[in-house]
Design a protein around this ligand. Sequence first.
Ligand code: AMP
Ligand code: MG
Length: 541
Amino acid sequence: METLLLSAQNQETAALAAELIKKGELVALPTETVYGLGADGLNPDAVAKIFKAKGRPQDNPLILHIADAADMEKYCHSIPDAAYALAEKFWPGPLTMVLPAKDIVPKCTTAGLSTVAIRCPDCEITREIIRLAGVPIAAPSANISGKPSTTTAQHVLHDHEGKIPMIVDGGPCRVGVESTIIDLSDERPRLLRPGGITPHQLVEVVGDLILDKAVTESVAKDAVVKAPGMKYKHYAPACEVIVVTGSKEAAAKYIVEHYQPGNRVLCFEEELETFAAFSPLAYGKESDEDSLMAGLFAALRELDDAKIGTVFARRPIGSGKALAVQNRLMKAAGFRTVDAEPKGLVLGITGGTGCGKTTLLKAFEEMGGWVEDCDQVYHQLLKTGTTLLDAIEARFPGCVDGFKLDRRKLAGIVFNDPKALADLNAITHGAVKKEVLRRLEHIPGGYPIAIDAIELFDGGLAELCDVTVAITAPEEDRVKRLIARDSISEQQALERIYAQKPESYFREKCDYVLENNGTPEEFREKCLAFFRNLLIIKEKP
Ligand code: AMP
Ligand code: MG
């Protein structure tokens, strides 16, 4: 079969492509994310051709592409308000929503699921083709399954020349990684795949979001997962990829020790000089996450050569667009990472309310330290995951209302019931510790870290620390500070202080005690001097 490669600029292209789609043939289409391999999403025979051409596992469902947001109602039912709000804000654009499917959507498109993934792409010609064909187009990324995705028409030609009738060339893809997938078919919105629309942008619209485990962790082949595609090997070039984290200097040192002739380095433009001796290939600028997304797959394709042996790859840090880049790169690497830099010193910081912990932590950050606030971790766990809420609900039925903790009810139960309180603490402490551990693994090497926790010892967090530090202050100063900070009465301030562990407890437990008994400026100086002695502080990279 001859493969037609037609420009999107060409007048006849859209009509020709639509004709082929109507006839049940395959057409590779540009979108703003990646090139897709499209077919009539309502025609099981046409959809079967996609799976065959890609060598895609049958249980990996396809995304249905529509030309207008309103068409969502033709293929989905029980559509929540959140879906309309997201469509309004992000469509056409790089966001896919998983919603309950109507019967009109064939089982081969949804891989037998009761839900369907749906998206309105931001690409004029592709929407035009969908309109002309009069059917939604099912399209996965156009690459051969398991290989890096296709972000140019030439990539598609490389994978499918002679095997599909037509490719529409719309130039390189603007976003460059596949769409963000959000599942709205369950009680709480869940991020299944990170992409160009960030978790933060989603939360602004839907108010709540669970990050599916598969976003950051490797998934076993036999696992039951929300997006079946997440368990398969993905994006991988023919050689081994190892992600090397840490500063570029530390990474260079690691690479010198492990580099074999022929190996390559996949890095940021800013690092080309550092890695000059190791045949570096830059996929974008570290300072420009859009460029990293846009360049990643083309770079992985360039490195798709078994003779290279090993690619040492660098990944960005962050929870926005960087998350999408990390996700693809980690999958390409089969989650093989090495931290080239040993972890910095981990400090446990504790002490009663009003002692001046904030001043100390600010000084710590000023010196290049990284702070993990356990109170914040706890609140985020309640907000962005179900595990903690599920565990609380299992032990204290009725205390979780929808996705919210009924604090008053829970307090009523554990008040005056030491056994119940101990159970609650075991649940929350366990969850916070696990999450802090996970975060520590993601902090780049070399940073000194402070774990800020009032329950440093009871919560088991002290075990993660090299050094523990207590902050103390004279009671009258604490009272004054609490009155000013929280606008409470002296009586209330005292009650708060007495509700906590006494100063003697912290003094006894901690390796160091820092006394905040002067002016704030004096305390800050004291903290800075203390850290200087304790740490070899590094500049933030
Ligand atoms: P691709 O088309 O190659 O970008 O892959 C589509 C992705 O969407 C895969 O990870 C699928 O598992 C996921 N997906 C498609 N339909 C659904 C669905 N109904 N529920 C969950 N995930 C889906
Ligand atoms: Mg794909």
